[in-house]
Design a protein around this ligand. Structure first.
Ligand code: IMP
Ligand code: MG
Length: 180
C-alpha cells in the first residue's frame, strides 16, 4: 500500500491476469496482425503490459477524447486526436482501462465500426457492470469490479495516482477534495 490508498487488486494479481489475457489474445489472433487501439490516458499501463504479453506481431495506435456533459463520465464525446493508422480491413482490438456506463465506449465503437475494420473486439481490464447503461459485447475482461472509484495502474483521480503500481480505492474525502 502506498499514499494511504488501500489495495483492491494487487500487482501480482494484475500481472497474472494480464498474462492470461495476452495468451488468450495470442491464441485467438494467431496468424493475424491485430491493431491495438486505445484511448489516452487511462489505458497506458494496461496497454504496456498487455502488449508485451501478446506474442504476435501487432500495431498500436491511440486516440484522445474529451468527454463533456453531465458528470463527464459518459455521454458526449469529442475526438481530440484521431488514429494515425487506417483500420479499414484490419483486425482491431480496442483496449480499455474500465468500462463503466459504457457510453464512451459505445460512441467510440460506432465511430470505429464506420471505418469498416475486418473485425472489432473489445478488451477491458476492468468491468463495472453494475453501472452499465449501454449494452456492449466485451470479448476480453480482466476483472469485474464493484462500484467504488479506483485509481492506479493508469487510472487517475484528477490526473493523480496513474503511476500507482496496483489498483486501489480512493478514500471518499480525497474524491471531494480535488479540483475541477
Ligand atoms: P463510461 O464507461 O463512458 O462511463 O466511462 C468510462 C471512463 O470513465 C473510463 O475509461 C475511465 O476513464 C473513467 N472512469 C470510470 N470509472 C473510473 C474509476 O473508478 N477510476 C478512474 N476513472 C474511471
Ligand atoms: Mg478510459
Amino acid at each position: 500500500m502506498r499514499e494511504n490508498i488501500p489495495v483492491v487488486i494487487g500487482e501480482d494479481e494484475l500481472r497474472r491476469r494480464v498474462g492470461e489475457l495476452g495468451a488468450e489474445i495470442s491464441r485467438d489472433y494467431a496468424g493475424r496482425i491485430p491493431v491495438l487501439v486505445s484511448v489516452l490516458k487511462g489505458s497506458f499501463v494496461f496497454l504496456a503490459d498487455l502488449s508485451r504479453a501478446i506474442t504476435l506481431p501487432i500495431n498500436l495506435d491511440f486516440m484522445a477524447i474529451t468527454r463533456y456533459g453531465a458528470g463527464k463520465r459518459g455521454g458526449v464525446v469529442r475526438i481530440e486526436k484521431d488514429l494515425d493508422l487506417p483500420i479499414t480491413g484490419r483486425d482491431v482490438l480496442f483496449i480499455e482501462d474500465i468500462v463503466d456506463t459504457g457510453l464512451t465506449l459505445g460512441y467510440l465503437v460506432r465511430n470505429l465500426q464506420a471505418r469498416e475494420p475486418a473485425s472489432l473486439a473489445i478488451c477491458t481490464l476492468l468491468d463495472r457492470r453494475v453501472r452499465r447503461l449501454a449494452n456492449l459485447p466485451i470479448r476480453y475482461i480482466g476483472f469485474e469490479v464493484p462500484d467504488r472509484f479506483l485509481v492506479g495502474y493508469g487510472l487517475d483521480n484528477r490526473e493523480q495516482y496513474r503511476n500507482l503500481p496496483y489498483l486501489g480505492a480512493l478514500p471518499e474525502e480525497e474524491k471531494r477534495a480535488g479540483t475541477s
